[in-house]
Write a protein that binds this ligand. Sequence first.
Ligand code: NAI
Length: 677
Amino acid sequence: MMNTHFHLEQDDEGIAWLHFDMADSSANILSMDTLDALDQALINTAQMHPRGLILLSDKSSGFLAGADIHAFAKVEEPKQAAEQIRKAHRVFSRLENFSFPSVALIHGFCLGGGTELALACTYRIAENDSTRIGLPEVRLGIFPGFGGTARATQAMGSIAAMGMMLTGRAYRAKPAKRIGLVDLVVPQRQLRNAASQMLRNPPPPRRPPWWNRLIEMTPARQALAEWFRYQVAKKAKPEHYPAPYRLIDHWRRTVGDFDAMLESETRNVSELICGDTTQSLIRAFLLRERMKAIGKQSPFEAAHVHVVGGGVMGGDIAAWCALRGLRVTLQDQSHQQLRRAIGRAHKLFRRRLRDHRLVMEAFDRLIPDVRAAGVAHADVIVEAIFEDTEAKQALYAELEPRMRADALLATNTSSIPLETLAEKLADPTRLVGLHFFNPVAKMMLVEIVHGQATHDEVAANAAAFARQIGKLPLPVKSSPGFLVNRMLMPYLLEAVALYEQGVPGTVIDSAATDFGMPMGPIELADTVGLDICLHVAGKLAEAFPMSLPKTLRHQVDAGRLGKKSGEGFYVWKEGRAQKPAMEKNWRGQPEKQRELSDRMILRMLNEAVACLREGVVTDADLLDAGAIYGTGFAPFRGGPMHYIRNRGLHSIEQRLNELEKRHGEQFHADSGWHALA
Ligand code: NAI
């Protein structure tokens, strides 16, 4: 039996094999369409009266990547969402209530709706190496709604299940077995056998330890809910991210009563999905997908990368590329710098790969190369030497004649125009910017800088390369500060100006985190390095009217560079800022806080509008993408342009005028606001 997305067969032992292979898609996704097809396939399965059912995926990417997030973005009212959720409940219950046992055979991605589907099976078997299983819904501002909360608590117990759902973490196979999410972990070659074997002698389904029931039945439940809230509050504020709090409430009220849990899932998730937070988080997700797609516009693929400059950036870029499977040669004029870079790479490999063999393999791929032997073979050359025009131009004069004709020449410059750098190249069309952010391993975004001469194909290849190493490519025009630093700097400078005017760093930082920034600007400046902030701000001030607070220079002159020197605006101990408690007169003053956050955020918004007007990025969506993934702009606000639309263009413009009257021309509204209106 076949339908568009499923095919069903029965083997000699009477076991039904239901293969999920979604049409026209590289991954299986749970949409209304595939859900209907699944329902039909399950009806057909029941008619076969099999001995048992094995549900598996024919996609190499994995079992099921999750629900259709594009459809989430189109939901207009809770009623519509509730209907879809109820339908999923019906289909999954059909599977769960079969008179014969069922096994979900899991490999690769099994996320969200995929995990909920697997939980509706009697057993779950996971492939050892590729499996990534979990319920990441809270990261999109909802919680599992296709029976996941009811079945996960039932199968795993409340503590393990809530831990998984509240963090949204994806587990590898073995940890998933440890928490009771899967029953068996086997290598690829034994998957099918293990499933048949399980159906031949079905063991009693796994149940969580007895004390879980006790927790659910007694007042301990209330105490546990408080503990969950306490843990969540360390990470997210309820007014910014309501979903985990709603999940805790939902659990507290309904756990242990399966039908009540399904009903409460329907109500809560359908309400959450239509809320601003969820819609903004979905937007952030889709923007990320868009950047990924930009990286797919060229088939370019690199095998060998040569990095010149083994300092903070070059060293870490080289390590990252080796981690992602590329052969890397790393050139620096200083042996000592190379040694340091290799030391940092080792730490990264150990942290990310864990397995000794994989760490050694990554190490073998990273080759120190003082003599620049790699230049002639590399598919990509990334230059990350000192920020000095002449040094860079002199280097290119050595590189260009030795490079392969089809190799990519990329610079990591953060402030020198590509046009200047390309001046002495025989072929200036081949130079492109690949602007990574510090720390390289953490920051997903890479700006793909298009100079006036840069060939479109070169830029597309650079984007494909960024994607190949798992980063998000954002095309930007070569103009001072590109997009991210340009938007970030006025915000940081306003924070430093406030500091100069006597507002304590902790107060400034908490105004920004209350708005939803992941880290306050004062702490961020210290983390980036005050010398680097001063340098970038200085370069921007050459191009745009912008005054630099004197404090910044004083700090740098005094050697207080921030985290790396042990002191900046804060004193730093063991990598943490020592923040004094907030003084009384600043506490519980929402008006004052709002004034502070407006002063910082509105300067960023104003700069965003200027960038859009100048065409630094092609459209408002890409600007939001850059802000969310490059500056950390509160994702639940959907990016600066989305925030502007939500809060109201005119009210922000008015507020800018008001701030200009009170604090000066740094708040002068950009002419781009009119075009937006
Ligand atoms: P860094 O000073 O840590 O490292 C520069 C390295 O280049 C040094 O190890 C030096 O020995 C080496 N070097 C200099 N001239 C060389 C030559 N001719 N041949 C071989 N090696 C040479 O500098 P950092 O911070 O890594 O910056 C590098 C580039 O990345 C700059 O263009 C900078 O603007 C850019 N950048 C820096 C960021 C940061 O946060 N530090 C962020 C984004 C971009």
